[in-house]
Design a protein around this ligand. Structure first.
Ligand code: NDP
Length: 402
């Protein structure tokens, strides 16, 4: 029977998800793209019709309002909701899925607009409600989190008896020509990179502890295949919270992301003058949130597509033991920004997030990934996901290292 797929969020990532679902319409059936601003959905639908000849439907929704989302799910008879709006909407959309017994998928953990905590706590707390409704909720099906979690599960399944350390390495070597812009939602991006760093390590008693660092305190130069050496800074990233629970034998996990000097200099300046603030300030009798105002000034990430050149390279380096011997492997994926634009009219960061979202949803709709409750990606069998990556535009490599 033909399926109905509801995508919520019509930004950079929503555009890619809509395109890729349309390219896989035998699985996704009737596709409805809904967002706060209807015209953005209509523009994407028009581009999909022109480029692929596929008609998708559009709708307006306020995803901060559970009743509004519930009504839309009922009207569209959705078999799955792909949430690629902002992390602020995760809980309201999950509640609408529980109310309508509809499977759910997202790409980023819930965040409260007033506190940047990057935790799965609130979403994991919905596990029993998802079980009671006999539905699956798949959390973090983007690239990181997402494909990186699957890489870890793949390494665990095929390459190790025990993984001791994991470094997640995220490089975007794309150049959009602006002195300063972010490749996905500026508010979410700047909150993430201006926060304190954190990594997880077991102490001498075998007890896992989070170790906090100052923002950008730890840097290493990593030589990314097809990109070259880049300064990579230690950040906290949400997938580590679930990976420490699910990867057996783990003793340390860290996350590194590349930043150019121009980006860091602008960010420091903006931070020093208070433009990254997430609390309301009074301005000429009006209340404004500095980082929201900054978002208005910065280029829309969706507009970077045609001007971004260069590659992304995101992967994991895992070290551990196989058959009593030490082993170290690097699993990575390289994507060219301009290839992404040629295919789906988006730059590489939206592409590498949107394709894994589509793949996760495809495996759920096809019943290949299933279960009742709320899951992180590494809890699923990695093989079908890795196989889909190869054919859906995200081919990967495994390198044995010394
Ligand atoms: P954008 O800001 O480009 O798009 C967000 C979309 O959500 C916009 O269309 C926006 O509507 C819509 N939206 C916001 N609030 C609401 C609401 N209340 N109701 C309905 N729609 C709403 O973001 P991106 O596309 O760059 O990112 C999408 C998601 O992907 C984010 O959660 C981000 O954190 C995540 N992400 C995950 C990555 C990963 O690898 N896991 C990497 C990159 C991003 P409007 O146009 O009206 O503002």
């Amino acid at each position: 029977m033909s399926k109905n797929t509801l995508i919520i969020g019509a930004g950079g990532v929503g555009n890619v998800v809509a395109f890729k679902c349309a390219m896989n319409k035998d699985t996704f059936g009737s596709i409805i793209l809904a967002s706060r601003t209807l015209s953005k959905c209509d523009d994407i639908a028009k581009n999909i019709k022109n480029k692929l000849g596929v008609i998708i439907h559009t709708a307006q929704v306020d995803a901060d309002n559970t009743a509004d989302v519930t009504k839309l799910i009922e009207q569209t008879k959705a078999d799955i909701v792909i949430n690629v709006a902002l992390p602020y909407q995760d809980l309201t959309i999950m509640d609408a899925c529980i109310a309508t017994k509809t499977p759910y998928l997202d790409t980023a953990n819930y965040e409260h607009p007033d506190t940047a905590s990057f935790e799965y706590k609130e979403q994991w707390a919905k596990d029993s409600a998802f079980k009671d409704a006999s539905i699956m909720g798949l959390l973090g099906s983007g690239f990181d989190p997402g494909a990186t979690n699957v890489f870890c599960a793949y390494a665990q399944k095929h390459y190790f008896d025990e993984i001791h350390t994991i470094d997640i390495l995220d490089c975007n070597a794309g150049d959009h020509g602006y002195p300063f812009a972010t490749n996905f939602n500026p508010e979410i991006n700047l909150r993430e990179v201006s926060a304190k760093g954190r990594y997880w390590q077991k102490d001498e008693n075998g007890e896992g502890k989070w170790i906090e660092t100052k923002p950008m305190e730890i840097m290493q130069v990593w030589d990314y295949p097809e990109v070259g050496p880049k300064d990579s800074y230690l950040l906290y990233h949400e997938e580590m919270e679930s990976l420490v629970k699910h990867i057996k034998g783990l003793k340390r996990i860290r996350f590194f992301m590349t930043f150019g000097q121009s980006y860091l200099m602008h960010m420091k300046c903006l931070e020093n003058v208070g433009m990254l603030g997430i609390k309301e300030v009074e301005h000429k009798g009006m209340k404004i949130v500095p980082i929201e105002f900054l978002k208005t000034l910065l280029p829309d990430p969706a507009s970077l597509g045609p001007r971004t050149k260069g590659k992304t390279n995101i992967g994991i380096v895992a070290e551990g033991i196989k058959d009593g011997k030490k082993r170290k492997i690097y699993i990575y994926q390289v994507k060219d920004h301009q290839d992404c634009y040629a295919e789906v009219m988006s730059q590489g960061v939206s592409y590498t997030t949107g394709v894994p979202a589509m793949i996760g949803a495809k495996l759920m709709l096809e019943g290949i990934w299933s279960g009742n409750g709320v899951f992180n990606m590494e809890q699923m069998d990695p093989d079908p996901f890795m196989a889909e990556m190869m054919i859906q535009g995200l081919p990967w490599n495994v390198m044995e290292m010394q």
